[in-house]
Ligand binder design. Structure first.
Ligand code: UD1
Ligand code: CA
Length: 476
């Protein structure tokens, strides 16, 4: 498609979403709706991709710039006067000389299931016959309600597309062949045909679909190409948004299974997540953002990962929540761990139940198996952090760092008051409050010496003997 531009219509308000957010910024499978048609245009190799924006255009444009850089441009449709008017705004922005474009695909920005192959198919129908002026996709559906119907003559040639609200007869209403919304024509045709549009319809809008009757009226050849029914799943309301999302999640899971990943039913893997072979993704797992998982890993039931890199062979036990972090090869996390941003769980390190980490690096083989808060820390290889350990990292104003040396042993229920450094091989006795640095191989202990008072418990019980109640409720 080196000489073909793509014009994607996305200026509409999306009234049926009942939302302050522009329709194409609603997310599905972790990406705004507009991501998907743009991706399809780029994958199809279009010379130039132009998105027509209008309603909420700052929001849409800034997302597009951030995500696609200069591979995508926007054109503004000042007021939303219909899909034909939107197409005109987009085509006016096509730089025919710069990109050497002579044709343009025009399609709707609210169709998230549209893929590059769907665009190529219509382009092929167009290119196959040199006499062809306009080609478009069509699709047979069980329930055509709401879609533009494809009306054909007795020879079976397409005559026009009539919008649902403009249908006149029951015979027209019964037509199940509809317009999913992919068009291609030469730039000259677009400019001429769009200039001829008139708002003579139920909605008083300029309809893109009227280019069909224009072409036929001027005896030009219009070809149709059958498309997958998925393509037409245009998102107009939130019910359709979720139907499309379910289809995308299902497609992602299917592709991963084919590539050697076991994805159980009920896992939700967003667009863009990558996973290596022989990894198992259990039910209820949610993988979001730029998450990348290696080979032979296990992500057990109910884990939620957002922008996490998990290396080969790592095991994430059930119900662990991780964000913006790295889990090294063969490390183990969970069950019920909370790995917060900028954590780096080293090779073969263990983070166990009810352990929270934040901006903390655990060296190779380090372990924090139970009930700990590790914030702003650097933990050396093979160090052992006992149950109930707290890195006291915050003084109410600033965060401070705790450094724990290789092979150090932190006894249970210790508080490490940062900034502080505990040397290699040092030992912190259970229940210690560490406020000063501990040299390598030293023992730090800060607890009060134990005292046993013989027989004291007996005397104590006598003194505290509970007041008993009689069955009738009066005190004795
Ligand atoms: C449109 C088609 C219909 C087709 C259906 C497929 C027309 C007139 N109708 O109907 O034949 O079966 O899609 O899903 O084309 N837009 C603009 N500017 C505007 C109006 C719309 O950019 O002034 C954009 C919208 O943002 C949206 C797309 O065009 O992404 C389609 O508009 P929408 O109002 O959803 O059209 P439908 O009623 O679904
Ligand atoms: Ca629509």
């Amino acid at each position: 498609m080196e000489r073909t531009a793509a014009v994607i219509l996305a200026a509409g308000q999306g009234t049926r979403m009942k939302s302050e957010l522009p329709k194409v910024m609603h997310t599905l499978a972790g990406r705004p709706l507009i991501y998907f048609p743009v991706r399809a245009a780029l994958d199809a190799g279009c010379a130039e991709v132009i998105v027509v924006v209008g309603h909420g255009r700052e929001h849409v444009s800034s997302y597009l710039a951030k995500t696609f850089g200069d591979r995508v441009r926007t054109a503004v449709q000042e007021s939303q006067r219909g899909t034909g008017d939107a197409a005109k705004s987009g085509l006016d922005a096509v730089d025919a000389t710069r990109d050497n474009c002579d044709a343009a695909l025009v399609f709707y920005g609210d169709a998230p299931l549209l893929a590059a192959a769907d665009l190529s198919q219509v382009a092929r129908a167009f290119q196959e016959d040199a006499r062809c002026t306009l080609a478009l996709a069509t699709c047979e559906v069980a329930d055509p309600h709401g879609y533009g119907r494809i009306l054909r003559d007795e020879r079976g040639d397409i005559v026009e597309i009539r919008e649902h609200r403009d249908l006149r007869t029951d015979a027209e209403r019964a037509v199940r062949e509809i317009n999913p919304g992919i068009f291609i024509a030469k730039l000259d045709f677009w400019h001429t045909a769009l200039a001829e549009l008139r708002p003579n319809n139920a909605q008083g809008e300029l309809y893109l679909t009227d280019v069909v009757s224009f072409a036929r009226g001027s005896n030009q050849l219009v070809r149709t190409a059958p498309s997958r029914d998925e393509v037409l799943l245009g998102v107009n309301d939130r019910q359709q948004l979720i139907e499309a999302e379910i289809a995308i999640h299902e497609r992602i899971a299917r592709d991963l299974r084919r590539s050697g990943v076991t994805v159980r039913a009920g896992a939700r893997i967003d667009e863009g997540v990558r996973i290596g072979h022989d990894t198992v993704i259990e039910t209820g797992v949610v993988l979001r953002g730029n998450t990348v998982i290696g080979a032979r890993a296990t992500i057990d039931v109910g884990c939620v990962l957002t922008n996490v890199v998990v290396d080969d062979g790592a095991v994430l036990k059930p119900y662990s929540v991780l964000a913006d972090s790295h889990v090294g090869p063969r490390a183990q996390v969970g069950p019920f761990s909370h790995v917060r941003p900028d954590s780096d769980i080293g090779e073969e390190a263990h983070v166990g139940n009810f352990v929270e980490t934040k901006k903390t690096r655990l060296g190779r083989g380090a372990k924090a198996n139970h009930l700990a808060y590790l914030g702003d820390g650097v933990v050396g290889a093979a160090a052992n952090i006992g149950a109930g350990t707290i890195f006291c990292n915050y003084d109410g104003y600033r965060k401070h760092t705790t450094v724990i040396g290789e092979g150090a042993f932190i006894g249970s229920d210790s508080q490490i008051v940062a900034p502080v450094t505990i040397g290699d091989g040092a030992y912190v006795a259970t229940g210690t409050t560490v406020t000063r640095d501990v040299p390598s191989d030293a023992l730090a202990i800060s607890r009060v010496r134990q005292e046993n008072k013989e027989g004291y418990a007996v005397r104590l019980r006598a003194r505290l003997k509970p007041v008993k109640k009689d069955p009738d409720g009066s005190k004795t």
